[in-house]
Design a protein around this ligand. Structure first.
Ligand SMILES: *Cc1c(COP(=O)(O)O)cnc(C)c1O
Length: 440
């Protein structure tokens, strides 16, 4: 056993891990493009982009260079009373690529904190206007927004956090009409969801602070996809009631869904947007909460009480900002959206061939994301199935971690046609093994 494992076993506490059962983690010692390499040099294709963070590829030479340059210049400076070129330029660049008046960028360190900031912003937006009874948030069933308390509250429809229920503020979760290839009930499901929304807004939604939405794709909730048209209708109705809409694009931002942001496909503009994960192409923990100018203006005044009393030690870390800026440039230089379109087309061809397969259902694809569910993977047996597959895939040199009975790919944008073919055949073999392992 390597020293790394000895030290890890004794001292590290891993995320979402039952340490009494979990086998030893894999020690990664190097990574390049779509591949991770363990201590023995064995390659593992990172087909879920290391929890959806890795964008252009691991250890990209251009991003490495930008990081070193900034580190040699200065590594960090506090962001209250100080500023610097990387943060100023990144704010301006984000405002430029985001639509409408989404112009005011607040920096924090991860997806969950970006959500906390958005929730506090929208609550205080009302308080600053003298409205003190807006104690409730709207969200969708199956939505996931992170693991801190506010994020857990709005993500309670995911079912991940029932242990902490009593500690959470008020959230109403509406039905989410997820859809897939050949779904002929989608119009009816959307109508039910819109009726539920209309009921919440019937009295003008006078106790509601904001609605939070993962646009087009519920990630951790099981890669559940909705139609852009539905997203547009929901956003328009909530905004018509004067209630801010928060888009959680922590996972969908920066190309994942085929466009730079998922919002582009719905043709609407939220009041607040949260971005993280691929913001730094997976290099550094950083996130932003971007608000419309109209929201920001309500925080101005002679009184500090109107200001947003929120901040983090590493707010707008220059290393992370420099990396994010370089990552954004690479979208143009490397024609990244074209690469994503090619990945998407290859996913669709793979799904075309699976249409008639009888062990997978709800086939779906959105940009670089491919997903389907396993048929007959009942509740109790669910986690057993996903663990079986996860281990099988790892033995095949593929990092694919099913979410319950949902198998999905979300590869880095540099993933080649050949690498994707390796992933597909690994999946098909894994499903065949699963059939063999579970038949009586
Ligand atoms: C991952 C994720 C978060 C939380 O981000 P962390 O960086 O893990 O805190 C929030 N919202 C969505 C949609 C996510 O996928």
């Amino acid at each position: 056993m390597s020293t790394v494992l000895e030290l890890d076993r004794r001292h590290a506490w891993h995320p979402y891990t039952q340490h009494a059962q979990e086998r030893d983690p894999i020690v990664i010692s190097r990574a390049r493009d779509a591949s991770l390499f363990d201590e023995e040099g064995r390659e593992i294709l990172d087909l879920i982009s290391s929890w959806w963070t890795c964008g252009h590829g691991h250890s990209h030479p251009e991003i490495n260079k930008a990081l070193c340059t900034q580190a040699n210049n200065f590594e960090h400076a506090m962001f209250a009373g100080f500023t610097h070129r990387p943060a100023a330029e990144l704010s301006a660049r984000l405002a430029q690529i985001l639509p409408g008046t989404l112009n005011r960028v607040f920096f924090s360190d991860n997806g969950s904190t970006a959500i906390e900031v958005a929730l506090k912003l929208s609550y205080q937006y009302w308080r600053n206007q003298g409205e003190e009874r807006r104690l409730r948030f709207l969200a969708f069933d199956g939505g996931y927004h992170g693991d801190t308390f506010g994020a857990m509250a709005v993500g309670k429809g995911s079912g991940f956090f029932s242990l902490f229920d009593e500690l959470m503020f008020k959230v109403t979760a509406l039905p989410f009409p997820d859809t897939w290839r050949g779904d002929d009930e989608i119009a009816a499901k959307e109508a039910i969801a819109l009726e539920a929304l209309d009921r919440e807004l019937a009295d003008g939604g006078i106790d509601i602070s904001a609605m939070i939405i993962e646009p087009l794709l519920q990630g951790a909730g099981g890669m559940r996809m909705c139609r852009p048209e539905f997203l547009r209708l929901v956003t328009e109705r909530v905004q018509a009631a004067g209630i801010p809409v928060i888009y959680d694009e922590v996972a969908t931002g920066f190309g994942r869904t085929g466009t730079m942001f998922a919002l582009e496909q719905a043709g609407v503009i939220p009041d607040i947007i949260c971005l993280s994960k691929a913001l730094t192409s997976g290099y550094m923990p950083m996130s932003v909460t971007v608000a419309k100018d109209e929201i920001f203006e309500h925080f101005l005044g002679d009184d500090f009480g109107r200001a947003l009393a929120h901040g983090h030690s590493f707010t707008a870390n220059p290393l992370a900002c420099a990396v994010a800026l370089r990552s954004l440039e690479l979208f143009d230089e490397e024609h990244t959206l074209k690469k994503i379109a090619a990945i998407s087309a290859q996913h669709e061809r793979f799904l075309d061939e699976r249409e008639t397969s009888d062990n997978v259902i709800r086939l779906r694809c959105l940009g670089s994301i491919l997903a389907f569910d396993l048929k007959d993977a009942g509740e109790g047996y669910k986690s057993g199935t996903s663990e079986f597959l996860r281990d099988y895939f790892l033995r095949r040199g593929l990092n694919i971690r099913p979410l319950g009975s949902t198998v999905y790919l979300m590869p880095p944008y540099c993933t080649t046609e050949n690498e994707l073919e390796r992933a597909y055949s690994g999946i098909l073999d894994g499903l065949a093994e699963l059939g063999g392992a579970t038949s009586p």
